[in-house]
Design a protein around this ligand. Structure first.
Ligand code: SF4
Length: 240
């Protein structure tokens, strides 16, 4: 069961200070429309969205810059490389990339090239649901990562429901503990159905809130900027 009552405006207003401190990830607020400080491509942004699930933004920028300097700008270059070639290339700049991440970059490039092969505008013209389905069909790519790629890499109004968002929404009573991933995602997406930038702002904000205040075992509500939005009775328990 999903509950209601969440106000995106109220959450973003209460947490403006958090986003001010998250400057190193503010590129994501503009979704796929923002370019890096070097030549980039749509696939570069998809790669960044994937890498951001596990790697700091500073390191992502260094990795993508090194790849761009080596001619690895377009998806075709990634798709015709091996994971080991990517790893060796990055090692020249003393940058480490785990083999599973390198393999997934190549797989995503193959996905992208396949999608656009006979239809250069395939990304723009394919619905968000169909893009999500095709991403989730990639072995090893979870639903939240697919939605992160859609939101931050393709500028679609998709929401990657991570554990931080889950905890905040359940403790505030905006979601019931029994909802599944897709129900939680669609409830959150309905807060800004046509506005990927605001969903990106929410995602970045709640990630920071979860890391600093709304931790799995302890909710440090006294210090949290979202405390004014708590129910009168205090935070709901999270069923485990
Ligand atoms: S006020 Fe408490 S329950 Fe709400 S997000 Fe902050 S730490 Fe979590």
């Amino acid at each position: 069961m999903s509950r209601s009552g969440a106000s995106l405006e109220a959450i973003l207003a209460a947490t403006a200070g958090i986003r001010g401190r998250s400057g190193d990830r503010n590129y994501a607020l503009e979704g796929a429309t923002r370019s890096f400080a070097f030549e980039s491509s749509r696939f570069t942004r998809i790669a960044a969205a994937y890498l951001a699930r596990t790697i700091s933004n500073d390191k992502i920028v260094k990795i993508l810059k090194k790849l761009a300097e080596s001619g690895m700008i377009e998806a075709e270059s990634f798709a015709s490389s091996s994971a080991n070639e990517l790893i060796d290339l990055l090692a020249e700049a003393k940058l480490a990339l785990a083999i599973p991440a390198a393999k997934m970059l190549v797989t995503l490039a193959v996905w992208y090239v396949g999608l656009c092969e006979n239809h250069p505008n395939a990304i723009e013209e394919t619905s968000t649901d169909r893009l999500r389905e095709s991403l989730i069909a990639i072995k090893g790519l979870g639903a939240a990562t697919a939605d992160a790629i859609l939101l931050f890499g393709v500028d679609r109004p998709a929401y990657p429901v991570d554990r931080s968002t889950w905890r905040v929404f359940i403790r505030h009573g905006y979601l019931d503990s029994s909802v599944d991933y897709d129900e939680a995602r669609s409830t959150i997406e309905s807060l800004a159905p046509d506005d990927p930038a605001r969903l990106a702002a929410l995602s970045i904000t709640l990630e920071a809130i979860g890391r600093e205040f709304c931790k799995p075992a302890v909710a440090a509500c006294e210090a949290c900027p979202l405390a004014p939005l708590l129910p009168e009775r205090g935070p709901y328990e999270i069923d485990t």
